[in-house]
Design a protein around this ligand. Structure first.
Ligand SMILES: [Mg+2]
Length: 548
């Protein structure tokens, strides 16, 4: 374990020295570690990537992003400085943060056996299997524009997936490019998934070469209880896959999906790692991880946290008060990961083929009243359709009546609905059909399905160029809104004695006023934030009262 600790340490050092070379605090997206990239010369790689990309648009954009990020971090640091000076506030926030961590910890479960399986350099491995002459040279599946997979020899040079081929060639001039053969990869993937389905019929595959398996039921059925027995099971699964495909894979076994995924990366290639179920062992394991190992922490968030002097999960854990103060949503995300709270169930199959909006209200049967709601719901559905550039073929209206019975009715037009008026008129007709005389309802839903994507070529170009600007604007706006919310929070925390049932109303009023003073018509603050805050306030005032 000390080995890993020193690995992370040296990673950090390497990252830091690369800052000096490139004058970029944002490590290149191409240098995050992948299987087989441990101990490689990050500094040299970063330098070559810098030389190759410094005049490109991507690089300029990253520089802009970084400048923006630095500004943001300066503001955050200023905020933290003031926060640290305010002893009362600091103590109160500490209490809240502590109770939040305790609350989160209660969500930990140890009754599931999750495995994440990841094929080793999948596309490259298939190519090498079919042409052994490729085994001892650096290869990349893909082309000059993009590399899909590289083998471990190429990775030693820093060549990795999702990297443009021309950069790969700069890093490793003797790199051999192989044209991808997707039909072959699909075929192999099918064989692998078939094997895995024996162990978990609900298997969740992520692309062709990765899958999450919930082994809990299988183990119960086969009376597999001990750690040794589970290890044996995993070795057997790996063996079966190898016999069928002559390909190797790496597995991680842990109490939840997130940890299993981190573990599958731990002993790559052709290895596996079983993470014990002891909370203490789990925490010790996570502490040592670099923050980049946490799923969904990308290069931007990593840079931002690095600028705040946070490099490892231990740093995240140590800075819990600051993180809580800076935003509860990300605080929850970080702490969940640090304390080993992940998903314990298979992802729900999402209905991406429809868009719907619903509204609940006090029992009502007045058609004019309902028409107003329907109008509003249709507008919201339309907005979403526009955003996704889709037309629909079917409109459905669903209502819930007094006895909680749901009834729905739909209409399909083969040509597809293209106008908002038509969608509304159809929905209104359907609603009238659903409402027998005198029937009252308490929920109304408008759903469109049979979605067809349309693409306006002219607009497509425009959209791409304005995409990043929009993204930045949206981000700025979001930050502003967060700041307003934070100001309100501070006041409220300071006056926490006055917390009463009117708190919610007050905070909403405050938000309105604050947004007015900022010259905005309307400010949308996520309700979840307010409720979370309220919940924390309650826990806090409760524990305070108990102390008294
Ligand atoms: Mg893989």
């Amino acid at each position: 374990m000390n080995q890993d600790q020193s690995n992370i340490k040296s990673d950090i050092n390497q990252n830091q020295s690369s800052i000096e070379i490139t004058n970029m605090n944002m490590p290149s997206v191409y240098t995050g570690e992948k299987g087989g990239m441990k101990g490689i010369n990050h500094e040299k790689i970063e330098k070559i990537i810098y030389e190759t990309t410094k005049n490109s648009r991507i690089f300029k954009r990253r520089e802009e992003d970084l400048a923006y990020l630095k500004q943001e971090v300066i503001a955050l640091e200023k905020k933290l400085e003031n926060f640290h000076k305010n002893e009362i506030l600091y103590n109160q926030v500490t209490q809240l943060a502590k109770s939040r961590i305790e609350f989160l910890k209660e969500q930990r479960r140890f009754d599931k056996i999750w495995m994440h399986l990841d094929m080793d350099m999948f596309f490259a491995a298939v190519e090498i299997r079919d042409d052994p002459s490729l085994a001892n040279i650096p290869i990349a599946v893909g082309g000059m524009a993009m590399i899909s997979t590289s083998n471990y020899i190429a990775r030693k040079y820093g060549v990795r997936s999702a990297m443009p081929g021309f950069i790969g060639l700069k890093l490793c001039p003797q790199l051999k490019f192989i044209e991808p053969h997707f039909h072959k990869y699909k075929e192999e993937s099918h064989k692998i998934m078939e094997i895995l389905e024996e162990y978990d019929p609900e298997i969740e595959s992520m692309g062709l070469d990765e899958a999450y398996l919930d082994l809990t039921n299988y183990c119960k059925e086969k009376k597999i209880y001990s750690k040794e027995e589970i290890k044996e099971l995993v070795i057997n699964i790996k063996k079966k896959i190898f016999e069928k495909t002559k390909l190797t894979c790496s597995c991680g076994i842990a109490c939840n999906k997130t940890l299993a995924k981190i573990c599958s990366d731990y002993n790559k290639p052709d290895g596996f790692f079983f993470l014990d179920y002891e909370p203490k062992i789990i925490e010790e394991f996570i502490e040592k991880l670099s923050i980049r190992k946490i799923p969904f922490i990308g290069s931007k968030t990593e840079s931002k946290l690095n600028l705040l002097n946070i490099y490892t999960c231990k740093d995240l854990m140590d800075r819990y008060v600051d993180l809580f103060y800076l935003g509860e949503e990300s605080f929850d995300f970080y702490m969940k990961n640090c304390y080993g709270i992940g998903s314990y169930e298979h992802r729900e199959i999402q209905d991406e083929k429809s868009i719907s909006r619903s509204f609940s209200f006090k029992m009502n049967g007045d058609i004019n009243y309902l028409r107003g709601i329907l109008d509003n719901l249709t507008r919201r559905v339309l907005k979403n359709m526009e955003r996704n550039k889709v037309n629909c073929k079917t409109v459905t209206v669903e209502v819930t009546n007094l006895t909680e019975k749901k009834t729905s009715k739909g209409k399909t037009i083969n040509k597809g609905f293209q106008s908002g008026t038509l969608i509304f008129e159809t929905a209104f007709d359907l609603l009238r059909d659903l409402l027998e005389k005198g029937v009252k309802i308490r929920m109304l839903r408008v759903k469109v399905s049979g979605l067809i994507k349309y693409e306006d070529e002219d607009e497509k170009g425009k959209r791409i160029t304005s995409y990043f600007d929009n993204l930045k604007d949206a981000y700025k706006k979001q930050q502003e809104e967060k700041n307003v919310l934070m100001e309100i929070k501070e006041e409220k925390i300071l006056n926490s004695k006055d917390i009463n049932n009117n708190f919610k109303t007050n905070i909403k009023k405050d938000i309105k006023e604050k947004s007015k003073s900022k010259g905005k018509k309307k400010l949308s603050v996520p309700c979840a934030d307010i409720f979370k805050l309220l919940q924390n306030m309650k826990t806090y005032s409760k524990s305070n009262n108990e102390k008294k």
